[in-house]
Write a protein that binds this ligand. Sequence first.
Ligand SMILES: Cc1cc2nc3c(=O)[nH]c(=O)nc-3n(C[C@H](O)[C@H](O)[C@H](O)COP(=O)(O)OP(=O)(O)OC[C@H]3O[C@@H](n4cnc5c(N)ncnc54)[C@H](O)[C@@H]3O)c2cc1C
Length: 485
Amino acid sequence: MQGGAATLAGGPDGGIVMTQLATAGIRELRTVSEGPVMAPGDPGFDQGRRVWNAGIDRTPSVIARCASAADVAAALGFAGKHGLEVSVRGGAHNPAGTAVCDDGLMVDLSLLNQVTVDPAARRARAGGGALLGDLDAATQRHGLAVPAGLISHTGVGGLTLGGGMGWLTRKYGLTIDNLTAAEVVTADGRVLLASETEHPDLFWAIRGGGGNFGVVTSFEFRLHEVDPMVQFGMFFWGLDQGAEALRLAREITAAMPPDINAVAGAVNAPPAPFVPEQHRFQPGYAMLLTGFGPGPEHAELAARIRESLPPLFELVAPLPYVELQKLLDEANAWGHYGYEKGTYLQDLSDPVIEVVTSEVPRKNSPMSVMLFYRLDGAYCRPGDDDTAFSGGRTPRYGTFIIGLAPDPDLAAADRAWVRGVWEALRPHAIGSGDGYINGVADFSEDRIRHSYGAAKYDRLAAIKAQYDPGNVFRNNANIKPAALR
Ligand SMILES: Cc1cc2nc3c(=O)[nH]c(=O)nc-3n(C[C@H](O)[C@H](O)[C@H](O)COP(=O)(O)OP(=O)(O)OC[C@H]3O[C@@H](n4cnc5c(N)ncnc54)[C@H](O)[C@@H]3O)c2cc1C
């Protein structure tokens, strides 16, 4: 056994006892775990503690790379015995870096990335550490898909537990609206099935309540037919055309049939071959338009966009669905400094457009973006209280304000920019302005409570008290157990 023990020494009093206990414990944990158990100094440890956001640099005492639900239960038992904080790593994408904590135990699910598909039953089962790319690749082999997010290296785990929104949300709902069951390892090491009929309270809570209730080792999803080829369009306008571009986005989204979706946003032009040299890297506004049906609607809307406000450049072409799902991967690659805040806007109203167009030119990093996801259609079918999702189900724009930068100074500047934009949009937002829980990077109790609303938060806190009374799962957008508040 290598390394490991030294970092467990908490202080001059008792650190050595803790160190010895933990050293012996790690050895013991290794003997019962199928997956590797790593301590500082072990090969792979430093790589294992990395997360998507380069601004997060934390060193756990142990990384348990679990290969089964039994491994997860053993790791949680070990953490409990040694009084270690626990963090849970799905795809490690959360910008707040909740997948990793200092001096604690990381339950790393990256080995649990298998996806199996039953095309006849229209069901997929994904391991708790699968990435969206794993899910898309397996389901698209059968011409099927689960609605999920826009970046293929995001984890199915964190995305689903918070809700999950992407290109198929208007047509088939959030990811949680398509979750049919989950295998959950609770804080006390029980392995439970959660579904409409088994532990329905837990099943309700994990559909939006995040990683507060246990470690999900397997998700079962309902699948939908999605043709492997989809229609894609990207239109780009300059900074000075922001108001017209956003007004056009408002018009187009209001006219979209269910097979079409659009994401509008403020972005910098990519250095892609279809982008004329003089526009590459320049800031501006884009509309991305996807079409999932065989009809002419996508081409018609593309023509309408082109005629209404001729873009500086465009790309309109059919694209494999799995490629659409990877289109923004590189712009959001691992290793940059990230910070984000989100909110829900009822509409891209003129006052909202005024805020956006005055704030966007102030961003500092070319990688920082603002994105508006259209949420209506199937998104609005479930009732507000059918799931624990942090948002009402009336039509809206899920708004992401993302500061992303290649170095810490630029990141600090855009952290301030993100906060400023969020404050400026707040008077125009739905409710308190605290939006989708997966778009929250500041985890104060007030913010989290506002994201869910008081009644939903209290219901979640009561379920938390039942499944995690000691708040073992607190490195997240934490819902405190009712009894501890
Ligand atoms: C570049 C980027 C793009 C994004 N795009 C979208 C998008 O299009 N749509 C969207 O809805 N969201 C999007 N998000 C938000 C994303 O859903 C959240 O950041 C989510 O938390 C990422 O999940 P993860 O498993 O990758 O992250 P992790 O950091 O591994 O996990 C975050 C937290 O979720 C919990 N968790 C994860 N897996 C499990 C599990 N199996 N069991 C129990 N708890 C678990 C843990 O508490 C963990 O700390 C995006 C984020 C980024 C950074």
